[in-house]
Structure formats: structure tokens, C-alpha cells
Design a protein around this ligand. Structure first.
Ligand code: HGY
Ligand code: MN
Ligand code: MN
Ligand code: MN
Length: 412
């Protein structure tokens, strides 16, 4: 079996990177025409390699390479093809490209596996547009009941169900995308680390032991808008000053010694009327709390909410809080992680087991199918920005380990 071809991997990455809205980095949003075009490119190439293609009602695309035993459970791999706003070209795409290169190597190697191999491009993994992450894989895992879909609206007021319908997908039938766990043996996701542990430790690969959970809230603070010149400082109800205190409250709580490992971020903030001569009347902001410890994740969230409420009361500002999404951390099955460790060792690649600060499709799929994740390095740990970078040669090392793990799991 020949080794993964870094040049071929690089060309696929470049091909997907061209599918973006204008502007810095890559913007290929969840349930957008660009995401569908990327899925179509993926399907086309996989069909040319002899795979059967299925697109489900949630927009996930599954390419299946038959094995010699049609009754054997499938070995799955893949990731997502959507991006955040002005994101990088590797987040998600690296895992889909790795699956594409895996199938090319299996086909060209001429030795079919016993198990069918399914490469999956999940739809809507990024929560950047609708707030909830991993939409496609959550449908596959049966984690998104229909009523939840109606709570998801993007920043332009477009409901998720409308965005799906515009692409030909019926949210009322998305439940048909649910996987039958008995069809799957294992699922492996290769992904960029989106942190800098591998770079700092010099390890080429990162088998993942746990994936952070995330609790996402939307706050709206209601102040008293008025003239910036005619209104004395005393007695103001300035929604933005209250929000500024809330942002620092979240940062301060996540950096205290009791919450080491928690990450709390206000990534979006909108001010109204956003005018230089009016005291801000209303501020809406997001809060994203992440942790590999479920209790600490939820207790940090509760603590931040209560401190923001106290700030608002003291400032005479009203507060509305809405839960957008709440996903628990997961510990991935040891036997799958060990298959990835063994694959790294057999390929002579250095590795370091680590946890994932980001959430992933693997987290959702792990609720129904034994799942593993394999990280490849992110330069300086940057991700969700145009500067995100991983060399194609580093991804090729990940593909070689993925091939070794798949072949070992196939032989079991
Ligand atoms: O937000 C995340 O952690 C992932 O990139 N969806
Ligand atoms: Mn991702
Ligand atoms: Mn991401
Ligand atoms: Mn992810």
C-alpha cells in the first residue's frame, strides 16, 4: 500500500478553498449554496473512485466504497465542508480530504477491504451561522428533535428550516437522516487540532481522548437610551456599559483557579441604536462556555449568568437570557483511540494523546457509533481565522495513520 500523496491532498484542499464568498479567508456557511457545491465536488470525485453516493435529508453526503463482505459493518470516516465567517481552509475539509485520499489509496492499492468504507461530509457543523454546532451529525445521531430546528435562526433572521428548504432539504423529514448504528463498526474523524499542543510538543499526530462540551447562550440587556449630552452620568441605565462588565465577568471567571480548563467567550455583540450620540438602549451578545468537565462547564455557565444578572440589577438594566445550545463533553472509547495510537506507532510517527477544545461531529456520532479522532497540527494553534494553516504533508502523515488504523480495524 503506497503512502498518501501530499501533492494530491494539497490540490483537493485548494479546490475546496476556492468555494468561498468574497473576503478574507474562507466563508462557506452551513446550509448555503457554497456548502452544497463543496458536497457536490466531493460526491463527484468519490463516484469517480467507484463509490456509491447518498445525500440524506439533513444534507449529509455519504460515499461508500464496497468491501468484499456486503454484510460487514461499515468503517466510517469524514468531517465537514462548511466554515465559519472568514475562517480557514482546513477546519473540517482536512478530514473529508483525508477520507478521499484513503479511498484513492485503497482503490489504487487493489486490495479491497472486507468492510465497506463510508466517507461522510456532514452538513452544517459550524455553529457560526445558526448557533447550534454539528447540525448534520446531530440529525444523523438523532439528537435534534424537529421543534429544536424552529428555534434556530441566523443573523439575517433566516430560519434553519428555510435555509434547508431553499437547498431542497425538508426539515420535517430530516429525522430520516438518522443512522442505523448496527450498520457501522466505527467512525474515525481526522481534524486539525485548532490548538498548539502538537506544535509545542513536536508531535506529528494527536489521538484524541476527550472532546469539550459547549454551552451557548444569547443575552439581551435592556437599558434606557437617551441623549449622551443631556443625560447626567448618575442614574443612567447604559446597556453597553453593563454588557462590557458582563464580558469581563465571563473572562475573569474562566481564568480563576477554580475554573482552569474552562473557556468562556463573548464572540458576538450587537448594540442598538449603535449611535454616537445616544446612550445604548439594547445590547445582545453571545456567550460560549467550553470545558472537558461537564460539571465545571455547567457550573461556570450558571455562575456567569447569576453575576450578569447582579450587574444588570445594580445598573437598572433588564436581562433576557436564551439557551442556544448545550452539548456535553465526551470521552472517546479507549479501544478506538488505541487503534489510532497503534497506527501512529506502526507508521513511525510521533504522537501525543490530547483533548479537544473545539467541538466536533465525532462528538455527536460517538453517541451511536464507537468513534475516534486524530489531530494533525495547527500552525501556532490558529483556527477559525484566515491564517489557519496545516501543511499538506502533515495531513498526509495523518492519512497514512488513518489508512493503517482502518486496515487494522478491518482485519479485526
Ligand atoms: O465551534 C467549534 O468548536 C467547532 O469548530 N464547530
Ligand atoms: Mn471543524
Ligand atoms: Mn470549526
Ligand atoms: Mn468541529
Amino acid at each position: 500500500m503506497n503512502a498518501a500523496d501530499a501533492r494530491a491532498v494539497g490540490e483537493l484542499l485548494d479546490d475546496f478553498a476556492r468555494l468561498t464568498e468574497p473576503g478574507p479567508g474562507v466563508t462557506r456557511l452551513a446550509y448555503s449554496p457554497l456548502e452544497r457545491e463543496a458536497h457536490a465536488r466531493f460526491a463527484e470525485r468519490m463516484q469517480a473512485l467507484g463509490c456509491a453516493i447518498r445525500v440524506d435529508e439533513a444534507g449529509n453526503t455519504i460515499a461508500e466504497l464496497p468491501g468484499t463482505d456486503p454484510d460487514a459493518r461499515a468503517i466510517g470516516t469524514g468531517s465537514h465542508l462548511d466554515s465559519v465567517y472568514e475562517g480557514g481552509r482546513f477546519d473540517g475539509v482536512a478530514g473529508v480530504v483525508a477520507g478521499m485520499e484513503l479511498v484513492r489509496l485503497l482503490v489504487e492499492g487493489g486490495e479491497p477491504l472486507t468492510h465497506p468504507v463510508r466517507v461522510v461530509a456532514f452538513a452544517g457543523e459550524e455553529g457560526a451561522r445558526f448557533g447550534q454546532a454539528c447540525l448534520g451529525s446531530r440529525f444523523a445521531a438523532g439528537l435534534t428533535p424537529r421543534p429544536l430546528v424552529d428555534e434556530l435562526v441566523d443573523r439575517d433572521g433566516i430560519p434553519l428550516a428555510d435555509a434547508m428548504r431553499a437547498l431542497g432539504f425538508d426539515a420535517d423529514r430530516a429525522a430520516t437522516a438518522r443512522w442505523d448504528p448496527s450498520e457501522w463498526a466505527v467512525f474515525l474523524e481526522l481534524h486539525i487540532e485548532q490548538g498548539r499542543v502538537l506544535q509545542d510538543s513536536g508531535a506529528a499526530l494527536g489521538p484524541v481522548d476527550s472532546i469539550s462540551g459547549s454551552t451557548r447562550l444569547s443575552f439581551t440587556l435592556h437599558g434606557r437610551p437617551s441623549h449622551t449630552g443631556g443625560t447626567p452620568m448618575a442614574g443612567r441605565a447604559d446597556a453597553l456599559a453593563a454588557a462590557a462588565e458582563a464580558v469581563l465577568t465571563a473572562e475573569q471567571l474562566a481564568t480563576d483557579h477554580a475554573h482552569r480548563g474552562t473557556r468562556a467567550t463573548v464572540g458576538r455583540l450587537e448594540v442598538s441604536p449603535n449611535s454616537i450620540t445616544t446612550i445604548p438602549g439594547r445590547v445582545t451578545f453571545s456567550l460560549d462556555v467550553r470545558d472537558v468537565d461537564a460539571d465545571r462547564q455547567r457550573s461556570a455557565t450558571t455562575e456567569i449568568v447569576s453575576r450578569v444578572m447582579a450587574t444588570a440589577r445594580r445598573r437598572g438594566v433588564g436581562v433576557d437570557v436564551r439557551l442556544i445550545a448545550d452539548t456535553s463533553p465526551v470521552i472517546l472509547p479507549l479501544w478506538v483511540r488505541n487503534a489510532l495510537v497503534q497506527a501512529a506507532v506502526s507508521g513511525g510517527s510521533s504522537y501525543r494523546v490530547l483533548s479537544s477544545g473545539a467541538s466536533h461531529d465525532a462528538q455527536m456520532i460517538n453517541t451511536i457509533v464507537p468513534t475516534g479522532m486524530l489531530f494533525v497540527p495547527s500552525r501556532d494553534g490558529l483556527s477559525h481565522v484566515p491564517e489557519e494553516w496545516t501543511d499538506a504533508s502533515e495531513i498526509a502523515v495523518g492519512v497514512d495513520a488513518l489508512v493503517a488504523a482502518v486496515r487494522a480495524l478491518d482485519a479485526q
